[in-house]
Every structure is written in structure tokens, then in C-alpha cells.
Write a protein that binds this ligand. Structure first.
Ligand SMILES: Nc1ncnc2c1ncn2[C@@H]1O[C@H](COP(=O)(O)OP(=O)(O)OP(=O)(O)O)[C@@H](O)[C@H]1O
Length: 260
């Protein structure tokens, strides 16, 4: 039996009057690669931000690696989680943002070693070795002493991926990792994510508008609309024979008859 590493049970998230996630049930199995697609404003990024504890929830329960994310068990009851619990839970996950979010005043190497040293307590030498390992994986071993502003957008995003990996998370969250890039730089970032997916036993949750890539990389595609999953399934099914009218309508805008 597959084990869910992420599970949302009837999770509701509101911003004021706006319900962004509407009693959402959603789960991801350990090692599964799942892409979330859907129209702008459908709640895709919010799912990732909630997992990373950057947004709170209003109702429901989320489990990550078998433990409640936003709650702690006390005397057999679930109570809101304290900061220590949230900090421990965050170590399960690494996130890559649309806008890279590198520390501009630090070299590439420092960007990667900062959290392993300060959060995981690695010594400088261990952290540097890790930085080298992941810079090699993203093909940037020769850029360790540069500052982010000296790199292209694609290179900055590859550093951001190395930085997230250096915490050795079990789950990687990608929030539209190529949408801020010039078209000619998209491929190098997608190649790194593809390589990661092939070579590492990571659970991956990816929000993307790159439909061809979603098709290529995913075990499962989830189509979101208005804070709910309208349709989900293997990429061949969702992209080739979508069952729901809303999915068909959405995909019409993306897929040419002969996808390249
Ligand atoms: N901090 C916030 N305060 C108020 N409203 C917010 C906040 N964050 C997101 N929203 C709103 O919640 C809705 C869902 O946002 P979300 O970013 O999850 O959508 P999305 O599906 O990822 O869209 P996109 O593809 O455009 O990134 C949007 O209408 C957005 O404007």
C-alpha cells in the first residue's frame, strides 16, 4: 500500500471574503511527482504556501509525513501548532519560488550553506561540501563565488534549487519555477528538475503552466479550479482525454493539436 506523505483533509483557506481553498481533500504518496495546473487564482500557489507554513489555514487538517502540520497533539486532542513544531515540520520540505528569492548580498556558496549551518547545525566545512554536491547537480560548480546579480535568471533559479536541496528535504515544492524566466532560459531549469526527478527519491509537488513539462514529469496531474480539484489522473489521460468540461476549456488555451 502506498503511504501518503502529504494529506489535506477538508482544508479551507480564506482571504477575507474570498474562499481560496474550499474543503479541499488532496493527498500525495511518498515519492510521487504531482503537478497542479489550473487558471490564475484557483489556489495552486496557496497549497504550496500553506505546506511551507507561509500561510495559515481556516479549517481542516493537513498531515505531512504522518504528523499534523498546523496542529500538535496534546492530551489526545489537536491544538494549534507552536513555533517549535512548525520549525520541525518545515524541515520536511524545500520550496523553489517563482522569483528565486536568493539573498542578494551573499555569494552563491553562502546562499546554499546559510540554512544548513544555522538551522541544521552543520559546521562550515560540511556545509561547503554539501554546497559543492548540489551545485554540481545543478551544473553550476564554477559559479560558487559569484553573487546572484552576476548570474542569469536560469542560473539563479538553479542556485535556488540547490539551496532548497541542501536542507535534504523529503518533499520539494516548486511554485511556477520558470514563469519569471526569459523563454530561452526555461529549458535549463526544467532539465535540472527532470534530472532531480529521475535520480532522487523525492516527493515533488509542482505548480506550473508548462503543460508539456507537466506531461513529461508527472505521475499525476491535478486540475484545480476555484479551490477544488476538478479532475486528476495520469498525465496521458488528463491531457489527452480530459473528462470535465472545465478541464477541456482550460487545456484548449495551452495544447496545440501536435504538442512539441
Ligand atoms: N496574501 C493574500 N491576501 C489576499 N488575497 C490573496 C493572498 N494570496 C493570494 N490571494 C488571492 O487568493 C487567490 C488564489 O491565489 P493563488 O496564488 O493560490 O492562485 P494561483 O492559482 O496560484 O494563481 P496564479 O496562477 O495566478 O499564480 C487569488 O485570488 C489571490 O489574489
Amino acid at each position: 500500500m502506498t503511504q501518503d506523505i502529504i494529506r489535506f483533509d477538508r482544508v479551507t483557506k480564506k482571504f477575507g471574503e474570498l474562499t481560496v481553498l474550499d474543503a479541499l481533500d488532496f493527498s500525495v504518496a511518498k515519492g510521487e511527482k504531482v503537478t497542479i495546473i489550473g487558471p490564475s487564482g484557483s489556489g495552486k500557489s496557496t497549497v504550496l504556501r500553506i505546506l511551507m507554513t507561509l500561510e495559515t489555514i481556516d479549517d481542516g487538517v493537513i498531515h505531512v509525513a504522518g504528523k499534523p502540520l498546523w496542529h500538535e497533539e496534546r492530551d489526545g486532542r489537536l491544538v494549534p501548532a507552536g513555533e517549535d513544531h512548525l520549525r520541525a515540520m518545515r524541515k520536511e520540505m524545500g520550496m523553489v519560488f517563482q522569483q528565486f528569492n536568493l539573498f542578494p548580498h551573499m555569494t552563491v556558496r553562502r546562499n546554499i550553506t546559510e540554512a544548513p549551518v544555522h538551522v541544521l547545525g552543520l559546521d562550515k566545512e560540511q556545509a561547503n561540501r554539501r554546497a559543492e554536491e548540489y551545485l554540481e547537480l545543478v551544473g553550476l560548480s564554477d559559479q560558487a563565488d559569484k553573487f546572484p546579480s552576476q548570474l542569469s535568471g536560469g542560473q539563479q533559479q538553479r542556485v535556488a534549487i540547490a539551496r532548497a536541496l541542501a536542507m535534504r528535504p523529503n518533499i520539494m515544492l516548486f511554485d511556477e519555477p520558470t514563469s519569471a524566466l526569459d523563454p530561452e532560459l526555461v529549458g535549463e531549469v526544467l532539465n535540472v528538475i527532470q534530472r532531480l526527478s529521475n535520480e532522487h527519491d523525492l516527493t515533488m509537488l509542482l505548480v506550473t503552466h508548462e503543460m508539456q513539462f507537466a506531461k513529461q514529469i508527472s505521475d499525476r496531474v491535478c486540475f484545480f479550479d476555484k479551490g477544488r480539484i476538478v479532475e486528476q489522473g495520469p498525465p496521458e489521460q488528463v491531457f489527452s482525454t480530459p473528462r470535465e468540461a472545465r478541464t477541456q476549456e482550460f487545456l484548449k488555451g495551452f495544447l496545440s493539436p501536435e504538442p512539441h
